[in-house]
Design a binder for this molecule. Structure first.
Ligand SMILES: Nc1nc2c(ncn2[C@@H]2O[C@H](COP(=O)(O)OP(=O)(O)OP(=O)(O)O)[C@@H](O)[C@H]2O)c(=O)[nH]1
Ligand SMILES: [Mg+2]
Length: 502
């Protein structure tokens, strides 16, 4: 495991011009280290928790100061050389401070003191708000590293919050989701997970399974006292109830995942059916070129829209047909790639004409996809029915045809509703506590499968040991989500994806 008793520091805000930037410091020595560089009215070591202190960050005095973090010391020395005229020779030859007091100032700051355990990490934390921009925060960080702090690894503050028990793993992962949310629904979903909605649902499940497990184990251990080792019906019923609970949670996961991650949606179809017109209509602007000439679109053009909280990245593509014209042929190849990459496709058909062989060939390319079929040009009449076109596509594909007119915007709301339904939206299912993270989906599917097996072997009259085994496996899989049973390399993988300072 990573060393966790040292004190870490990092810039917690994004780089660039801004009013303020925040440098975070966490660990047993946070207050002592901050005091080496902070000049306020009182030392922070004497401050109470949850208090703010104005003052200056200055270069640390060299007396008694070991460069604990060589990189920090190095940056600091470089910085001094830049800033202090004439100091370069002495700084490099002796490595001692020659900085006069007026240029020892780095920035005027506000230091926020949080005392363990009432802090983000449950350790002593100091958050130094300095001015934004390229240099202040970097210099404050360099002084802190020189004063004894180590540069934090990606996600290390949140990792400490998890390891110190302030939040569970699902909540820790929600921190990254809040930061990366690109739609309002994605943000709400992430905030719900951060607040512990998913964790609470899972801890209920864990509790019920633990009860069932202890009852099964008691029968195994004291077979004579409790009358045989067969698992009684009420325990099996409890296991079934938990399994159903997990199934219900997982049923909403496809849509929750679409909200969390967004969805790619290529518009495909043969030339001239109105793909670019529909792309523009959905976008609400004339983004793609529309002409009556078949083969107008060549390059893929992508733009994001939000429908029902889901961020769709639409891409307009070249009309699919065999073409000997080289530029068009490249466009067609790109359109076919777009189909392959995306599980969800918007297939545009000219509904005012009879279906063509090209339409039938395209239907073959779409096998196994979730497909919304736009029967376009409804304003010119209707020569293809929804049933007819739905029956073109392989029966395993989930599909829905909607009559629209890109020109008059007729049917667009229906089309959007169909997209959401095909993604698995269940209007009645609450998003709070939904399972949106694919890692969680995998674990909970494993947990559920173990319960299905437990119920099946119980029905066959299997001994309690076998059922206990499955229940333990199910609990372990749930524990991978909450972090109760989690391997170290998994933690490394999860937190390694965070940014430094989170
Ligand atoms: N009447 C009517 N015309 C439409 C409609 N949608 C598109 N069109 C017309 O159909 C022609 C082709 O439209 P595009 O949007 O360029 O078709 P496309 O599928 O992108 O064509 P390519 O890029 O060539 O593959 C244009 O003249 C459009 O104005 C519609 O709903 N009704
Ligand atoms: Mg086009």
């Amino acid at each position: 495991m990573q060393k966790l008793d040292d004190t870490i520091a990092a810039i917690a805000t994004a780089a660039g011009e801004a009013g303020i930037a925040v440098v975070r410091l966490s660990g047993a020595d946070a207050l002592a280290i901050a005091d080496r560089v902070f000049r306020g009215t009182t030392p922070l070591a004497r401050a109470r928790g949850h208090t703010l202190h104005t003052g200056w960050v200055v270069w640390p005095s060299d007396r008694g100061l070991e460069p604990h973090d060589p990189a920090g010391a190095h940056e600091l020395r470089d910085a001094r050389r830049d800033e202090v005229p004439g100091s370069s020779r002495s700084a490099t030859t002796t490595g001692r401070a020659t900085t006069p007091p007026d240029s020892s100032r780095i920035d005027q700051v506000v230091a926020a003191v949080f005392r363990a355990p009432r802090s983000y990490t449950r350790e002593d934390v100091v958050e130094i708000s300095c001015h934004g921009g390229g240099l202040s925060a970097a210099r404050v960080l360099a002084t802190l590293r020189c004063a004894g702090a180590r540069l934090a690894r990606p996600g290390e503050f949140t990792l400490r919050a998890f390891l110190n028990g302030r939040i569970d793993l699902a909540q820790a992962e929600a921190v990254a989701d809040v930061i990366h949310a690109e739609s309002e629904a994605a943000r709400l979903l992430a905030v719900s997970q951060l607040a512990g909605d998913l964790s609470r649902r899972l801890s209920e499940v864990e509790e019920r399974l633990t009860d069932a497990l202890s009852e099964v184990e008691a029968r195994v251990d004291f077979a004579e006292d409790v009358g045989g080792i067969e698992v009684p019906a009420h325990v099996v019923a409890a296991i079934v109830a938990v399994e159903e609970r997990l199934a219900a949670m997982l049923a909403g996961s496809a849509f929750a995942r679409a909200i969390r991650e967004g969805v790619r949606l290529p518009l495909v179809g043969r030339p001239n059916v109105g793909k670019s017109s529909l792309f523009n209509a959905l976008l609400g602007e004339e983004r793609a070129i529309v002409t009556p000439i078949p083969g107008t679109t060549r390059d893929r053009v992508s733009e994001a829209i939000e429908v029902g909280g889901v961020r769709f990245t639409l891409s307009d593509t070249a009309g699919l047909r065999a073409s000997s014209e080289p530029v068009e042929a490249i466009g067609v190849a790109r359109a076919e790639e777009a189909i392959q990459e995306s599980p969800l496709v918007l297939w545009v058909i000219d509904g005012s004409e009879r279906l063509t062989d090209e339409d039938r060939r395209i239907a073959g390319l779409l096998a196994g996809k979730r497909i919304v079929i736009a029967l376009n040009k409804r304003d010119l009449g209707s020569r293809v029915s929804a049933v007819e076109v739905e029956s073109l596509v392989n029966g395993d594909s989930r599909r829905r045809a909607v009559e629209i007119s890109a020109a008059s915007r007729q049917g667009l709301e229906d089309l959007e509703r169909s997209l959401l339904e095909l993604l698995g939206r269940d209007g009645a299912a609450p998003l709070a506590g939904a399972v949106a993270n694919p890692r969680h989906v995998d674990s909970l599917e494993g947990a559920r499968a173990a319960l299905v097996r437990a119920v099946a072997v119980a029905a066959d009259g299997a001994p309690g040991e076998i059922i206990a085994l499955e229940l333990r496996e199910s609990l372990a899989a749930i524990g991978e989500v909450t972090g109760r049973t989690v391997a170290e390399d998994l933690l490394d993988r999860i937190f390694g994806r965070f940014c430094i300072g989170k």
